[in-house]
Design a protein around this ligand. Sequence first.
Ligand SMILES: [Zn+2]
Length: 302
Amino acid sequence: MEQHVLGIDIGATNTRIAVVDSAGNILASEHLPSRMAEGRPFFQALADRAHDWAQRHHAKAVGVGTAGQIHRATGAYLPGLYPEAPWVGIPLRDILADTTGLPAFVDNDCKIHAYAELKIGAGRTYTDFISLTLGTGIGGGIIANGQLVHGAKGIAGHLGHISIEPEGPPCPCGNRGCLELYASGTAVANMASTQLGREISSPEVFRLAAAGDQGALAVIERMASALGRGLGALANIFNPQIFVLGGGIMQWYPLLEAATRRSFRASAMTELEDTPILVSPLEGRGGVIGAALYALDQLEQD
Ligand SMILES: [Zn+2]
């Protein structure tokens, strides 16, 4: 029998709710503005909305991928990079389960994205790979032996916070020179703004680079070189079969590819230099589908 599950993707600016079937097809969905900064009222309103959707579509579980860190045992938000944030401590899983009356499963959005790659994306024929999501920041998920790696508290996979420049600028995580400070959309915008002496967005930098602007190309080269170094370090630790890169920036990957590969080969051990670096085929769908399939699989394991 076909089963319906709700998948919810809570991003920094947008939240998407979708009804997904067990094959990973989206049957219906809607977007809402993310208002995590409102704290509990936002999450309660989201749970009320999820309740309506679940009733209408006879969903049997709710899965959520969310920005921020989630404690695996309690399903509540951890302080993460923003200890004063209004969502810290909010028991998202309990709010959803209590409001919808359904089993609820919550995890970090980038880990959930890795799960989507495993089930229906670039990783579906692999058992060991690393998924990186490049957007405002950089998040990640590790798949080992066909399983999502959670770590002791559930926060494994923060791959944007490996240091690639020990003397680099401080990062909100407490480290210095994190990959995220060089290879995210925010980093591209910051590097280009400093270079040009005016505020410029990352899409604008990529468009300039695509048109052959030398200054923009230099910024992209620096970003790609940092990304390659980060991937090299990850290859040496995990020896993945593939890397899968996702997120908004990946539409520009042709501009990054050569420099990323070059820097990757220079950083990874000789045996690992040929590790394929693939672009996610999931575009914006990975969050809701991954969350729904994760919930379904967890339900079947319980
Ligand atoms: Zn950091």
